[in-house]
Design a protein around this ligand. Structure first.
Ligand SMILES: [Zn+2]
Length: 325
């Protein structure tokens, strides 16, 4: 039977329900809560575990040594310590969850994993450039490797099960990360791109299928468990999947998809707008039929919606079971 792994959703949306305010507009985004509201961070992870996530991501998408130095006045060592703390908070939630489900056989996600979230360089620039990738023109691949290395190294040492390399907006940064990961050959990762709402291209204008296939082929063998897209409008996901699947070499690439709610991020106001929220769960069967093996949500997708996605995954699996009998 096909294995499908359910991810978590928008950490930002979920943690805001515990903190009582939204992190949008903060240059550290939710990473600030590692200092100000650690209990809320752990509680948000726990919400996703209770909703059925097989993998939760650490609260490190927008965490960086530069950012912590600049906005929290921390030293390099203390900045790295804060990244370690993010892993501990996720581990704490997993521990609580495992105790909760002891004796409850109905729980479907019995051994959740922790993925270290690695957002792109652009996320820390705080100018929404993870949605344009324009910085690829002004920084080198070596610069990007050096910039990503300390967080990746720290997450691995702190004990994450794998890395979530995500919302990558440009070919250059994806290539840099694939190269960098060769220095950590024992660590698994996924690679997920920030895409335009056109079903074909990354936000920097390059072809998704070309960049994705290139990275897949050049990666250390067996290191990447999936390649795909996140933070895209759900309406366009199937087109992206088909664009890759239509290529002979693209047929066997394990796919990961975790779209946003279909609302639009406005860089000027640093908030999301739109009343066109998409019910992601209505797409789940379609995407699984296209070979998606990892599925979840990105911005504005709460634990409630992850529970609905989990429900659809279970229905799909039981239908698959019936047809194979
Ligand atoms: Zn997102």
């Amino acid at each position: 039977m096909t294995k499908v792994t359910v991810l978590d959703g928008s950490f930002s949306s979920q943690v805001s329900t515990h903190v009582g305010k939204c992190a949008d507009g903060d240059p550290l985004w939710t990473a600030r809560f590692l200092v100000t509201n650690p209990d809320a961070v752990s509680s948000a992870h726990l919400d996703f575990l209770r909703a059925g996530s097989d993998i939760i991501e650490t609260n490190t998408y927008q965490a960086s040594v530069d950012g912590f130095k600049k906005h929290l006045g921390l030293s390099e060592e203390d900045s790295l310590e804060l990244i370690r703390k993010a892993v501990d908070l996720a581990a704490q939630a997993v521990k609580i969850y495992k105790e909760e489900i002891e004796g409850h056989d109905e729980a479907v996600n019995r051994s959740p994993l922790i993925a270290g979230s690695c957002g792109p360089y652009g996320a820390t620039l705080h100018d929404a450039s993870e949605y344009t990738g324009t910085y690829a023109k002004s920084v080198s691949k070596d610069f990007l490797k050096d910039w990503h290395r300390p967080r990746i190294e720290t997450l691995i040492k702190a004990g994450v099960d794998l890395l979530a390399i995500e919302t990558v907006p440009c070919a250059e940064e994806a290539e840099a990360l694939v190269e960098l990961m060769k220095d950590f050959p024992d660590t698994k990762a996924w690679l997920s791109f920030s895409c335009s709402n056109d079903g074909k291209t990354l936000v920097d204008g390059s072809e998704f299928r070309d960049v994705a296939l290139n990275c897949w082929k050049n990666a250390h063998p067996g290191q990447f468990i999936a390649v795909g897209i996140n933070c895209v409008d759900p309406h366009f996901v199937t087109q992206y999947l088909e664009s890759l699947r239509v290529m002979p070499e693209g047929k066997d690439v394990p796919l990961i998809v975790y779209p946003n709610s279909g609302e639009v991020y406005v860089p000027e106001t640093k908030h999301w707008k739109g009343d066109d929220r998409v019910q992601i769960e209505t797409y789940v069967h379609q995407w699984l039929d296209h070979g998606v093996q990892f599925i979840g949500g990105c911005c504005r997708v709460s634990a409630l919606e992850i529970a609905k996605i989990r429900g659809q995954v279970e229905t799909w699996r039981s239908q698959e079971r019936e047809t194979s009998l």
